[in-house]
Design a protein around this ligand. Sequence first.
Ligand code: ZN
Length: 144
Amino acid sequence: MRKDSRTKETETPRRRAYRHAHLFTARIHDHAVYARKKKNPDWVQHRKELADQERLNLKIEVLTRYGGAGSLQCCWGECLVQDVDMLTLDHTFNNGARDRRENKCGCGSMLYRRLRRMGYPDGFQTLCGSHQMKKKIMFERENV
Ligand SMILES: [Zn+2]
């Protein structure tokens, strides 16, 4: 990052949007303001709720993209699970361990962000927790 992008007057619109979106976790340039706000429990709670909502929205977006028929649901046959809390992202070719090892951002929001950044590459599908387990059991039966 260039040094002149660190002041509010010269920062790019994109950087400004990023700073606002990640105020709670990202490195803050105005430390005095941030330190003062951090002492306010209401502000901290508000920022936490915003971050939680952002993570949930991201999960919904990614699981919808990889869901059955482009909707937020399990890809397994006739499965009707659509509850976002019960849905997971599955590595279609069972290469999750290698993927996590090779790409340090391997699970949860970090994985979702990586996939969105990469334009949703193939090799993933949305499965409910039960069918994720069933797929694993079937794979182990066939490969033992
Ligand atoms: Zn299912």
